[in-house]
Ligand binder design. Structure first.
Ligand code: ZN
Length: 323
């Protein structure tokens, strides 16, 4: 992608559209960013709020013009530029949001061009521009939260294909220490014959289902604490291992609320190293694993809010007209 030369009066807008919140921003880089958080409710109400925010910004600073909008959104999305439904959220489990023309509605209301991609592809772009993926051309960004999603850049381009990657739904075996009749949390891929999908076994929703409480409540004084987090690290490591063998990424970024659990990243690094069994010579020491499987860098230090997605949306907005 070719970067636009920023004119002094031109700025960009970006949205990280998530299932619980839309993080909206106006600016050009991490040091120049005005952020507004909007709760995700119905499509109509949420989109109205988003439009209000961007329009109000134009009223505050009339000298600056918002040139374009980038959206990094939950999905699935139609990203086929030739499709009449390009920019739509397609069949999402999120009630009311299936078949919503997210990009088109915002473009019409704001009168600016809109670029859209998945939340994880967006987060990957943000990290490539300003974070831990600077200078890399093949890497993966995985978010482990209520659900699991993965995207990234391959040979310099964002990962697209038939649709877009659905790394959260790769198939992995039920751990021998898991509840053996656990069905998982994915409504599309129930755990059968000892196999489930990654999201169904390892997402926050899966943890809630298995332990009766969300991951952030599974704490040290809990009787299930050790088993729960050991199991979680096993599952994360399995998925990461499969993706390393499939795509040969130069780095893997693990974001999302679950990865905030103390010590989990280090556990995952150790388990992936064990699973690979010394096979990949570029990763021949624990120090290399610590640099290889990492947390995102773009996080608001004060509020702990992840900014990779919304900053990636700003990059999408910056790049779109020269694509
Ligand atoms: Zn699934």
């Amino acid at each position: 992608m070719v970067r636009l030369q920023k004119s002094p009066n031109e700025i960009y807008s970006g949205i990280e559209a998530g299932g619980t919140k839309f993080i909206c921003a106006v600016g050009t880089n991490p040091q120049d960013l005005i952020i507004k958080r909007i709760e995700t409710t119905t499509p109509q109400k949420t989109i109205e709020e988003v439009i209000k925010f961007f329009k109000s910004y134009t009223n505050i600073d009339a000298k600056k013009r918002i040139a374009s909008l980038g959206i990094a959104s939950f999905g699935p999305l139609d990203l086929n530029k030739k499709s009449p439904k390009h920019g739509y959220i397609t069949k999402t489990p999120k009630p009311g949001w299936s078949n919503v023309n997210l990009a088109g509605k915002l473009s019409d209301a704001l009168g600016i061009p809109v670029a859209i991609d998945t939340d994880v592809n967006g987060a990957a772009l943000g990290e490539q521009e300003w974070g831990v993926a600077k200078g890399l051309d093949t890497f993966i960004y995985i978010t482990l939260g209520t659900g699991i999603g993965g995207g990234g850049v391959i040979n310099g381009g964002l990962m697209h294909g038939l649709v877009h990657p659905e790394m959260g739904h790769i198939r992995i075996p039920l751990d021998k220490d898991d509840i053996q009749d656990f069905k998982g949390s994915c409504r599309f891929h129930k755990c059968v014959a000892g196999y489930g999908c990654w999201e169904g076994l390892a997402s926050g929703k899966a943890m809630q289902l298995r332990w009766g409480k969300p991951p952030e409540k599974i704490l040290k004084n809990d009787k299930d604490y050790h088993r729960a987090w050991e199991l979680e690290a096993n599952y994360i490591a399995l998925g990461v291992y499969n993706l390393i063998c499939t795509l040969s990424p130069q780095r893997i970024i693990l974001g999302g609320g679950i990865m905030g659990h103390p010590g989990l990243l280090e556990k995952v690094q150790g388990k992936v190293e064990k699973l690979l069994g010394g096979y990949i010579s570029a990763l021949d020491s624990p120090v290399k694993f610590r640099r290889y499987i990492v947390r995102p860098a773009l996080v608001n230090k004060k509020s702990d809010v992840a900014l990779s997605g919304v900053l990636g949306a700003i990059v999408l907005a910056k790049c779109m007209r020269n694509d």
